[in-house]
Design a protein around this ligand. Sequence first.
Ligand code: HEC
Ligand code: HEC
Length: 203
Amino acid sequence: MLNKILLIGGLIALLSSPAMAAGDPVAGETKTAICVACHGPKGISSIPQNPNLAGQVPGYIAAQLQAFKSGERENAVMQAQSVLLSDQDMADLDAYYASLPAKISSDLTEEDKALAEEGKKIYRGGFAERGIAACMSCHGPSGHGIPKNFPRVSAQQKVYLEQQLLLYKSGERQGYNGIMADIAFGLSEEQIQQLSAYMAGLN
Ligand code: HEC
Ligand code: HEC
């Protein structure tokens, strides 16, 4: 009986060890030489299609790198990057980027400000007509996210946000439990632009 319990305990420890790999931010920084080219120094990108990684909620970056590696999240560029990474590399990169200060939003253009006004309503109040919950219930009132599954969206690249919402809407990106695919399915392209402008301007 005791042997059986010990065996089960051992198996659980074995099965859960990769998910629990503790990340080391100092080791993580040494692994970013290539990431910097596309995600910017200190995880703040200057390319509209490439997401900022700085200040992301702990655990999210490692989970996304796993999803790129397995092909569950389809992107040729990031798949090529992630296949080179071990579980430990992912945990270290995650710890490093989570430790960096997030981007503070830059000023929106007049056009984006008008879009953001509309986006704010959905972000804070949801869209009852399509049964969509307020975005802030999972991403936080200021868009700072909730570890580890609900990512930070504040001051994220507007173009990147739009692209991801369109990928969820088409079902190409399902993500954690398909939650965002369900939500985005009910959003129009116009609402996606409004929401992206709003999130890009959040601090
Ligand atoms: C050649 C450019 C390039 C390089 C190099 C690169 N990335 Fe990316 N990365 C991208 C692009 C483009 C995306 C957006 C993919 C998409 O649209 O789904 C992305 C997305 C990501 C995401 C998803 C972020 C989110 O908010 O969901 C993570 C995490 C990430 N990259 C981490 C890394 C790490 C860590 C490295 C270095 C080991 C790296 N990337 C190297 C271009 C790059
Ligand atoms: C019930 C919780 C929940 C609600 C409500 C919610 N989200 Fe999300 N969101 C998530 C989860 C979980 C993810 C990560 C999905 C994944 O693994 O791809 C996510 C991811 C995202 C991403 C991708 C971020 C990145 O870095 O790639 C964007 C953009 C986003 N959500 C915007 C929104 C908007 C806009 C709304 C409101 C219309 C919203 N979310 C409402 C749970 C939620």
